[in-house]
Write a protein that binds this ligand. Structure first.
Ligand code: 7RM
Length: 635
């Protein structure tokens, strides 16, 4: 019986039980049989949930790029590792083989070493979604430098904060980047940030747009000439299993972003294992995850997970709406993509467009489709399942976090029956529990509570860079001895989980605990509503009242806003109860969102309260200009 690959439901339950009863044996076998190690571990893990200390594959020695690249060369050297699909469909796609990837990563690793980067140094990577980004990430891992990828849509202020928090020594960027019909002046943004980044010694600049950019003598270097001179083979650094691999910043509920630190051995084992099973990856498959590498989904499921399995992974530079709304479907057809992994926000926005965009393409190559980033609502689930998956591809709704490193709760395609809006069952090794307000574990089914994980898993983040206390307080204090996810969840009659949203998205109105998600679901059923976000604001009598920010679709003839507002409250009354009716309704043209589609509710809360003094860190917003607009039109 295979340990690595789960074949059917019975096999899943067997593996799951084994992983709970004998976690050491379970992870020992997976790690032992599927990776190359310089030296094996003394102990499978050494963990302490109270102190938030975790070690996996203790004292083992490994290099993750040996596992991502070198070990595939003998049998699959000519296989395509990365398909680069440019922003502009007229530009030719690139197929980078494992042999080629080895050479490119080696050259980059040699350049970094020559430029003075050493094991343990932090390197900030601020690049668009081009092959140099993948190569730079892997080159850092090859030499033991800690990469910190900053999404190329972030501002100079966001870049500066991230560089300074981790004390990066180098920035790798490009002259510019393409996104849809826009170009972004990345080097200009770096230049703006650098005067306030004293730790930076060098800036390496890749060419993408060939735009004219100023280069500062002694600090800035064009990457290509350095690569041209470098040797195309390299020795991988021997890393301890617990040596840091990367830092990735994620926004907290308060101002300062948290630099989540992931280490080497456990992250490697868990991302590889989950990629293989959650996407049912087979040798000839072409896998496409549309996330940006500046996000954990890109780290784990564009780069590390696929490459660890010797897969072919698509790296897409563009956006779903350029040159038109059929771009995703056209790319699936063009490269015969077999697994497609995207976010509900993309699905929702594409489902608002004409069906012709997707129906033009048969999409017969697809076998599995996936979703990640937020709860996928019923309507979007069905649209995705029917029109993209053709009702024949299992839809995997994958729940996980930057902090968890890899997918935690998800159907396994062709194994776990899917159920709309449910992430379904935990993967082997993951022990979710639901907790009540009194910090007691809620047993049984058909219950809701705060989602915690009661046993560590290999890819759990090890700390917040430079602030272990904050790490402990944020994740291990609310429910002692457990990891608190911050999400609420429901467990149905068969034990399937549905993630309902962040638990802080709850408002107490006249003593009633109201989750904002079900209210939003009710509102969204109104035919004129495109999207909505509900927050609470202080109210003299009720304690809190509800404020709704609502985006309308084009309003048809004979419909006015006042009527729509009335109808919305009627819908809420009917579906949830009059207690959940909105006191204030503001129609807006957009909501403040992060790139992965998460609404930044703390901003809406502030606006609803009428407190415009300090919105905290807004650098991760995709559309910061919306704040002023919403503020000015506050009701
Ligand atoms: C991978 C990622 C994490 C938060 C998480 C949830 C929400 C993610 C789902 C989901 C419902 C899902 N990392 N979330 N996936 N909610 N169903 N399948 O998104 O750190 O950026 O965000 O995202 O609230 O806690 S993240």
């Amino acid at each position: 019986m295979s340990y690595y690959t789960i074949n059917d439901l019975e096999h899943y339950f067997k593996m799951y039980k084994k992983s709970v009863r004998e976690p050491r044996k379970f992870w020992d076998r997976i790690a032992d049989e599927n990776f190359v190690w310089y030296q094996k571990w003394e102990k499978v893990f050494d963990v302490d949930m109270q102190e938030a200390k975790f070690k996996w594959f203790v004292d083992a020695k490994v290099n993750i790029t040996k596992n991502c690249i070198d070990r595939h060369l003998a049998r699959k050297g000519e296989k395509t590792a990365i398909i680069f699909e440019p922003n502009n469909p007229d530009e030719e796609a690139q197929h980078i083989s494992y042999n080629e990837l080895y050479k490119r990563v080696s050259k980059m690793a040699n350049v970094l070493r020559e430029q003075g980067v050493k094991k343990g140094d932090r390197v900030c990577i601020y690049l668009p979604m081009i092959p140099d980004l993948a190569v730079a990430v892997l080159a850092c891992a090859r030499i033991g430098a800690i990469h910190s990828v900053v999404f190329a849509g972030f501002s100079a202020g966001a870049l500066e904060a991230r560089v300074n928090d981790c004390g990066a020594k180098m920035v790798i960027t490009s002259d510019g980047g393409y996104r849809g019909d826009k170009t972004i002046n990345l080097k200009g943004i770096v230049d703006e940030a650098m005067p306030k980044c004293p730790s930076i010694e060098k800036v390496l600049v890749a060419k993408r747009t060939n735009s004219d950019v100023p280069m500062q003598e002694g600090r800035d270097f064009w990457l290509q000439p350095l690569l041209d001179k470098a040797l195309d083979n390299s020795v991988a650094e021997i890393m301890d299993s617990e040596d840091p691999l990367f830092i990735l910043y994620t926004s907290g509920s308060t101002g300062k972003p948290k630099g989540m630190l992931h280490t080497t051995g456990g992250y490697m084992v868990y991302t590889a294992y989950t990629f293989k099973n959650v996407f049912n990856y087979q040798d000839e498959d072409i896998f496409w995850c549309t996330a940006d590498i500046g996000w954990i989904t890109g780290h784990s499921y564009i780069l590390y997970g696929p490459l660890l399995n010797g897969a072919t992974t698509v790296l897409f530079e563009g956006v779903p709406s350029y040159p038109d709304f059929s771009r995703f479907w056209e790319v699936i057809e063009k490269h015969k993509v077999t697994q497609f992994y995207t976010a509900p926000t993309a699905i929702r926005s594409l489902s608002k467009e004409s069906l012709e965009y997707v129906q033009k393409f048969p999409l017969r190559s697809l076998k599995v489709i996936g979703s990640v980033g937020e709860p996928i609502n019923e309507e979007a689930w069905h649209w995705y399942n029917d029109h993209v998956g053709g009702k024949r591809c299992p839809l995997v709704d994958t729940w996980w976090q930057t902090e968890t490193g890899g997918i935690m709760i998800s159907p396994i395609p062709f194994v776990t029956p899917t159920k709309p809006t449910y992430a379904s069952l935990p993967l082997p090794g993951i022990q979710p529990v639901l907790m009540d307000e009194l910090r007691n574990e809620i047993e049984g089914n058909q219950v809701t509570g705060s989602l915690c994980i009661k046993f560590p898993w290999p890819s759990i983040a090890r700390t917040i860079w430079g602030d272990h206390q904050r790490y402990k307080e944020t994740y291990f204090t609310a429910f002692p001895g457990k990891y608190f996810t911050g999400d609420g969840a429901l467990r149905d009659e068969v034990g399937y989980y549905r993630i309902t949203g962040r638990v802080d998205d709850v408002v107490i109105v006249s003593g009633h605990n109201l989750g904002t998600a079900p209210i939003e679901d009710a509102i969204n059923e109104h035919p004129a509503v495109a999207e909505s976000a509900i927050v609470g604001f202080p109210h003299d009598i009720k304690g809190n009242a509800l404020y709704g920010f609502i985006i309308l679709k084009e309003i048809g003839e004979g419909r006015d806003r006042a009527n729509v507002a009335k109808e919305i409250n009627q819908l809420i009354s009917d579906q949830i109860g009059p207690i959940a009716k909105l006191d204030k309704i503001q129609f807006v043209s957009g909501l403040p969102k992060t790139r992965s589609g998460k609404i930044m509710r703390r901003i809406l809360r502030k606006i609803a309260e009428g407190d415009f003094s300090n919105f905290g860190d807004t650098s991760t917003l995709l559309n910061p200009e919306i704040i002023d607009q919403i503020k000015n039109e506050r009701v």
